[in-house]
Write a protein that binds this ligand. Sequence first.
Ligand code: NZQ
Ligand code: ZN
Length: 388
Amino acid sequence: MLNFTYHIPTIIYFGKGQVCALEEELRPRAKKVLIVTGQASAKKYNIFEDVIKQVKKAGIDYVELSGIEPNPRLKSVYKGIEICRKESVDFILPVGGGSVVDAAKTIAAGVRYDGDVWDFFVTDAKPEDVLPVGVVLTLAATGSEMNGNAVITRQDTQRKLALYTPLLRPVFSILDPEYTYTVDRYNTAAGVVDIMVHVFEQYFSRTPAADVQDRIAEALLKVCIRYGPVVYKSPENYDARANILWAGSLALNDLIGDGKEGDWASHRIEHELSAVYDISHGAGLSILTPSWMRYVLGPETVKKFVDYGVNVWGIDSGKPDMEIADEAIDKTLEFSKSLGLPTRLGDVGITDEHFESMAQRAIETYGSLGSFRELGKKDIVEIFRMSL
Ligand code: NZQ
Ligand code: ZN
């Protein structure tokens, strides 16, 4: 296990009706709040109304920014920064899924910065003075409610990039499973697969003896495999929604990643794909991750796939290693398929047209990808081809 500092200060209010915690959380922290929402869902399903009640009870002024896109755009972030400066906003409150939360965090990073907030994504510049962010989460997927990441798309250059700073970890997050009841099947399934791939990115690692992290990771995967089909078929099953929601937060809040070297190749390849094609992140991962698994599987990596196959899928440990690994990868793909997600690029109408340029951009940005197995441009193109 590697050295690490574990510090996850986000206060979590988990469960039915926890939105009532907003009043007490906001009162000492804020004078004027920017409430950030997506295209429609927060208002349509009355979550926004619940939030406004609390903000009013706390006696706090608010302004709104609505219309944040899935795969949130830089131009919406600029709009938010402008509002905050004009209105002297001192607290940002996203009400939505990961896209809304990420846009809110990036606004928080940009308000007190003299330069262009995009600098934080493409240069070594780091946010130093950010506005505090508190979250009301409505979709289980990204873990953004408990981590310091934000992923933003700049459309004119087709770049989708991530910013990380611990300063952007939300000060609190409200996680009410009932708020996720209305997420449609497609986005529910995409969220479940995103959660699983966050676990894979940290689980498939060459760092030895991180058993604590790995056994927790396996438990999170088993929760997704058990409850994913339940939330898909019965969207108002409270216990299933609750387990998926909490798994989503724990999968990407450093709990299973601290002390290990992460891989993140599937994510970086997927970000290139959704930057160009604007598909759902979870759907992109559903297509690419099994191909990544097949590509990196070899004599040096097979043991980890055996752990995955035996401990997560219950495959007979007496079978030959390669057979277990193959079966585990098949099961991973079949699981996504059973949740109605695409598993081939052709399913979402993507051809080989941009494989080279997407791979090239990934390499220009990151040098090489992955650590479980290091990937260069040719490897990335091959993973795209295997996903056709
Ligand atoms: O825009 P609205 O109307 O709110 O609709 C959204 C959107 O269409 C809808 N939705 C959300 N909550 C709902 C709901 N519909 C009904 N009822 C509700 N309660 O769901 C759709 C998808 O929402 P979005 O926020 O885009 O999904 P998700 O949470 O999966 O976020 C995806 C974004 O996060 C990034 C992805 O790349 C993508 O841009 N990621 C962020 C990470 C992070 N910050 O740590 C890590 C991830 O790996 C990921 O890259
Ligand atoms: Zn993800």
